[in-house]
Every structure is written in structure tokens, then in C-alpha cells.
Design a protein around this ligand. Structure first.
Ligand code: ZN
Length: 589
């Protein structure tokens, strides 16, 4: 590999959270080689400016220092030189998320975009990286987990790994440390789960059995005949913390962040709902292996990582993935139909809670993800549409519409497989809509106009009825509410969200206000305590509320509302056989 771009990454000072990263270009550009660190990581649509974590940077060639000129916030140009050019960076890695890098004495984790400089003009050459063990005493017993192919390294060992190009190099997160390693096969493809962080009495057999079912169901979904997966191997990298949640998809792996109590314990003892959420997260990121890593918006071919890349299709790539993540839990049998309906009901209740969906279409929400969805503030529920949750309900509505109108001959599944069959080309901004029409044989123009490009309410109750599923609102009529989301702030209760049009909004309360008293009684610091206090009143009653804002005591007169947060529940109505079989065709037996 004469022209390969060579990298090394070394946990230089784990206690100071510093990686030392080098890149060597064998034949640097004659007019001065340029290097750039990405501003964002694919899958997470926000400018993160990873270059801000570069603490030191220098260059040398043939043993001589070479001047580096900084051209903008994340681009450097080395002075022209004849020999192989090496740039060395020290990078601060203390971001406990799935998006950047994290290093201490117990483990190291990194995503390529946050640590590997791109050698501009050399992106298409092979990229080789030497992953180095930290100096003792750190690094004892450490192994390496990544889906990057080994070049000169044993599996799970330190050494050199190889990628066909820069794009592949940065699409393989790496974990190093003393993680627990689980392995299973799904349709002949080796799968690994590397778990970092202590999990007492982990029920690894159950976790592997459940993941295998989900993975095999998805492989069989996209390739019903061959059962062939698009990746030679798949790695789940899970960082376990006290309280956390997140995931990021890659072509043959995923980085996950989860809460300890969400992982199954031998003999139970974990949170059943938390475990469902964790399996849902795994299912979500796994589905992305096809849907966004292979099937992509044309705008992402190739990814331009120096600045925002706009697409109106996140409702399709995130929303539809969010629909199928839960659907595969029930289709693969790891949850039952009633658990699935509870999960859908929770999604519907979340979507209906905010009024933002009447102001922003999902197409606009996708386009503006960079400045809105990824930068949410206290006003988000009043201003934004959520292309994940609401997008998943659009997928649900589309699936049910196609199934009902074709009398069960077609479904959204046919549309997804049509997208998959031509995944080598990018999907144009309005192209998927045509493909769903072709795959179903239906005119769906009005559907997309209303629910993707417009802000019409989805008629979910009507759409679910032919499948024997009834929607009931279980809200208690007599329960009064301020229509806020309140959180504990030390010994105070702080308003985190004030819902537009609700009792608190009409009375003039704001997000950030600290509640002092309700009707002359001290406001409890916990939200449940506030609910209990309010339960003594009836909707329509007026109460005095006192709150601090900017340290000033303010008085408000509030007319209590009946509870506005929807509490829809979905239940199966046993009925005709044809209804039951339509439901089984959708959800599995
Ligand atoms: Zn996603």
C-alpha cells in the first residue's frame, strides 16, 4: 500500500483525556498539503466543530519541522515539502456521547471524524491506522472493538487496521478497554456486542437471543430470498452509564449509550420498559445499516463534512427507521402486540403534546434540523415538528393506508424494498414519494402533501380501526393542570416547558420561572408533589401562583385547565377473522 494514508492513534495521557493522533501523507501536494477535520459527524445533523478539541498540532517531513498555516477554523496547509509529511495532533477527548471521543484510565472511545484529519486530495487512497495501546499501568488487559478490518492486528487486538478510503475510515468507531464481549451469528454474519461499564448480573444469554431475533428479522426483511446482509460483520459498541441514552449508526457497527438499569439482569430486576427501549435503540441503529448508510439522500453522496448539508428527507430516514425499530421488536417476537401498542401510544401521546407540529412540516423540520431539532430550547414543543416520532407515525399511517387500500396485497415493506433495490444511487428530494406510489400502485400525492409537506393531523384512529385496534383517551376529566413540564431544581420547582395556550401560558408564567407558592401554599420541589397539590382543586378554578423570575417575586392569577396532555391507549378489539389476519400480516403472529 504505497500510497496509503497512514494514521496512528495513541492514548497518550488518559488522565488528561489526550489522544495523540498522527497522519502521514507519502506524497504531499506540491503547493502545500491541506488537512481538514470534519465539522460534523454523519447521522447527527449539527455543526460540532471537532477541531476545537485539537490542543496542539505540528508537522514534520524528513526529520525537519514544517510550518502549518491555519486557513479557517478546521483547515490547515503545510508548507511545500518533498518527503513524506506527518502531522501530529494532541486531541482532548472527554465527550461522553456517541458522537466524538472519550478517554480515561478505564477505556478509550473515538469516532473518526473527531480525531482523523482528512488529507485533502488523498481521500480515495487506502487509509491505514495503527491503534496503539496506552503505556502501563493503563492499558493492561485492554482489547480493541471495531468493525474496521484488521491489517496487522489480531481480532480485538491493538495493531493496524485498514479502510478503503477516508469515508470508510471515519465510519468505524473504535472502543478500547476491558469491555465485556458477547458474540452471536445472524444469518451467518458474525455479530459482536462490546459492553463498556459495569453491569452486575447481566443476562447476556437473553440479550444475545433477543438481538439475534431482531437482526435476523431485519436481514430477512430486506433480502427475503437470499437472507444476505450488506455487511460482513456487525459490532454493537455499548457504553453503560447511570443515566443515558443515545445511538449513532455506521455501516457495520453502532455506538450506543444506555442506562445500566436498561440492560437485562439475570432473574429480572431491571426495568422492563428500559430494556424494551434499549432493544428499540439497537433495532433502530441496525435498520440504518440499510436505510441511510446504503439507501441515502442524494445530498449525502458524498457527505460534505465541512458545513451543513441540507436534505428534506430526515422524515424518511429517521422517521421511517423509528417506525420499523419498534415494528421489528414485535415482528421478531421479542415483545408482544400489547407491548407494541403501548409503545405506539406513547409515541402518539408525545407527538400530540406539542403544538409545533401545526407550525412546521416534517419536510421543513428535516431541512432545518441543523438549527432547530438539534438545538432545541424550552420552546421546542411549541415550535418544532419532530421528524423522528411524528415521522414514525407518518410511516405507520402510510403503511396502514397502503395495506387497507390494496386489501393487503401491498404494504410499506414493498416500498422499503424498492428503495433498497436501487440503493447505489442517492434518493432525490421528492423521489421516494414516487417510489412508494410505484411500489403500491396507489396515488399517494395527497398523502405526502398533507402529512409530510403540510401540517395536517394524521387520522390514526380511522386508519387503525380496520386492523381491529381501538384508540381511547384515558385522560381523567376532573384533573386540573397548569399545562407545564416542571422539574426539580435543588429545593425549588422550575418550569422547564410552558405549553402554548395552556393555563400557565395564559396567566403569564414562563419557562425558567421558579414556583414559590400555589394558593398561598409552598410549591413542592418535586413535580409529583405539585400534581398532588393541584388535585385538591377543580378545572376552571382560579388560584394565585407566586414565582421567582430573575430573582424577583411575581404574582399570577391562574385559571386551572382540565388535563391537556393526551393519554391515548390502543387496544385490540377481537372481531372478524379478516381483521385479525390483516393485523397479523402487519405485526406478525
Ligand atoms: Zn436514527
Amino acid at each position: 500500500m504505497k500510497n496509503a494514508i497512514r494514521y496512528s492513534i495513541f492514548p497518550k495521557d488518559p488522565a488528561a483525556h489526550l489522544f495523540e493522533v498522527t497522519v502521514t501523507v507519502p506524497a504531499p501536494a506540491a503547493d502545500g498539503q491541506r488537512f481538514m477535520l470534519p465539522a460534523w459527524i454523519p447521522g447527527s445533523y449539527m455543526i460540532r466543530e471537532f477541531a476545537r478539541n485539537i490542543v496542539r498540532i505540528s508537522a514534520e517531513a524528513g526529520g525537519e519541522p514544517i510550518a502549518l498555516e491555519k486557513l479557517d477554523k478546521h483547515t490547515w496547509r503545510a508548507a511545500p515539502c518533498d518527503a513524506a509529511l506527518t502531522v501530529t495532533c494532541e486531541i482532548y477527548a472527554w465527550d461522553l456521547s456517541v458522537r466524538a471521543a472519550h478517554l480515561d484510565q478505564t477505556h478509550g472511545f473515538f469516532n473518526g471524524p473527531s480525531v482523523f484529519l482528512r488529507a485533502i486530495g488523498h481521500e480515495d487512497f487506502p487509509h491505514v491506522v495503527d491503534i496503539r495501546r496506552p503505556a502501563p499501568p493503563a492499558g493492561k488487559g485492554w482489547r480493541v472493538a471495531t468493525a474496521l478490518p484488521e491489517l496487522r492486528a489480531k481480532r480485538y487486538g491493538f495493531g493496524t487496521y485498514v479502510a478503503a478510503d477516508y469515508d470508510e475510515l471515519i465510519d468505524h468507531p473504535v472502543e478500547m478497554g476491558t469491555f465485556e464481549l458477547l458474540t452471536f451469528d445472524a444469518h451467518g454474519v458474525p455479530h459482536e456486542v462490546a459492553i463498556t461499564g459495569r453491569v452486575p448480573n447481566l443476562d447476556d444469554k437473553r440479550l444475545m437471543a433477543d438481538l439475534k431475533k431482531i437482526c435476523e428479522a431485519q436481514i430477512g426483511f430486506f433480502e427475503p430470498v437470499t437472507k444476505r446482509a450488506p455487511m460482513p460483520r456487525y459490532v454493537f459498541l455499548a457504553m453503560v452509564v447511570g443515566d443515558g441514552y443515545g445511538g449513532l449508526e455506521h455501516r457495520s457497527s453502532t455506538a450506543l449509550l444506555c442506562s445500566r438499569n436498561d440492560l437485562p439482569a439475570v432473574g429480572g430486576g431491571h426495568s422492563a420498559e428500559g430494556y424494551e427501549n434499549f432493544l428499540g435503540l439497537c433495532s433502530h441503529e441496525y435498520f440504518h445499516t440499510w436505510h441511510v448508510k446504503c439507501i441515502k439522500p442524494a445530498a449525502f453522496m458524498p457527505y460534505e463534512l465541512q458545513g451543513e448539508t441540507y436534505t428534506r428527507l430526515l422524515w424518511l430516514f429517521e422517521g421511517f427507521t423509528s417506525y420499523y425499530d419498534d415494528l421489528f421488536l414485535v415482528r421478531s417476537g421479542v415483545i408482544d402486540v400489547s407491548a407494541y401498542l403501548r409503545r405506539i401510544a406513547r409515541t402518539i401521546n408525545g407527538v400530540l403534546r406539542g403544538s409545533g407540529r401545526s407550525k412546521q412540516s416534517l419536510s421543513d423540520a428535516s431541512f432545518d434540523a441543523w438549527i432547530k431539532f438539534y438545538r432545541q430550547d424550552e420552546n421546542a414543543p411549541n415550535a418544532l415538528a419532530n421528524y423522528y416520532t411524528q415521522g414514525s407515525l407518518v410511516a405507520l399511517a402510510l403503511d396502514l393506508t397502503i395495506r387497507a387500500r390494496t386489501k393487503g396485497r401491498k404494504s410499506l415493506d414493498d416500498g422499503m424494498r424498492a428503495l433498497w433495490r436501487r440503493c447505489t444511487e442517492g434518493i432525490g428530494e421528492r423521489e421516494a414519494e414516487d417510489m412508494f406510489e410505484k411500489a403500491s400502485g396507489l396515488d399517494l400525492a395527497r398523502f405526502f402533501e398533507q402529512y409530510v409537506h403540510g401540517t395536517a393531523e394524521l387520522p390514526l384512529g380511522e386508519l387503525l380501526a380496520p386492523f381491529g385496534i381501538q384508540v381511547n383517551d384515558e385522560r381523567k376529566a376532573g384533573k386540573p393542570s397548569l399545562d407545564v413540564r416542571a422539574v426539580r431544581a435543588g429545593s425549588d420547582l422550575r418550569l422547564a416547558i410552558v405549553y402554548e395556550g395552556g393555563a400557565a401560558h395564559r396567566a403569564g408564567l414562563s419557562a425558567g420561572d421558579l414556583l414559590v407558592a400555589v394558593d398561598g401554599l409552598r410549591a413542592p420541589a418535586d413535580p409529583a408533589g405539585l400534581d398532588k397539590l393541584l388535585a385538591r382543586y377543580a378545572p376552571g378554578q382560579n388560584v394565585a401562583v407566586h414565582a421567582f423570575r430573575r430573582g424577583e417575586l411575581m404574582a399570577f392569577e391562574i385559571t386551572l385547565d382540565p388535563e391537556r396532555a393526551p393519554q391515548l391507549a390502543l387496544t385490540v378489539q377481537e372481531g372478524q377473522n379478516s381483521v385479525a389476519s390483516a393485523r397479523e400480516a402487519w405485526l406478525g403472529k
